[in-house]
Write a protein that binds this ligand. Sequence first.
Ligand code: 13P
Length: 249
Amino acid sequence: MRRVLVAGNWKMHKVPSEARIWLAELKRLLPPLESEVAVLPAFPMLPVAREVLSGTQVAYGAQDVSPHREGAYTGEVSARMLADLGCRYTIVGHSERRRYHHETDALVAEKAKRLLEEGITPILCVGEPLEVRERGEAVPYTLRQLFESLEGVEPPGPERLVIAYEPVWAIGTGQNATPEDAESMHRAIRQALAELYGEGFARRVRILYGGSVNPKNFADLLSMPNVDGGLVGGASLELESFLSLLRIA
Ligand code: 13P
């Protein structure tokens, strides 16, 4: 009853002219899909995504959004702009933003609210750094991040929120969480969401795993009952590996 989502986070890779070719190829080679697919390029590629992907089953969205609605905020991009460009999803709270841009849970919650106001589904990222896992505190750390990043967020419909568990030590390292470790964290996240938004919500909300997902490990991760898809960095950049992930999903 939860439809698998494979979302490619391109991070700060590709330029619009490359994206145009890549997305057109994706459209041409897309296998018949039961799962849902999304690409999440940097802001300047979103108009290209709209042009190339409209009328296809491939969704697209951004990697970040301003916590402000509108106004004198030089350099910021509002949720309304993203909605106008047709974004279905947008990442908030990615660990790279938490780390390099000092984003707090409170800020992430504001960003999620702005997206929901505009009908965009936030993909909210949580996950622990290595030293926290080594201290045996991965679950409480991640759940605290989850609760605080959803502080004051009105219960959305279960289709209107996606959680991504991305252990920081697994991102870009080639060292993915084991399916069992991912599963036990995803189960804890689902229980926490049941407390927060009710059992019905928790049963239907999708929890993605992210961190060194590739065509070799994806099937095992997806075989876990609480893993509902992947938020994929490196392996979403090459068309062939992204297509392999879609065939597995
Ligand atoms: P990698 O798949 O490159 O490890 O990145 C994961 C990630 O950060 C997706 O948001």
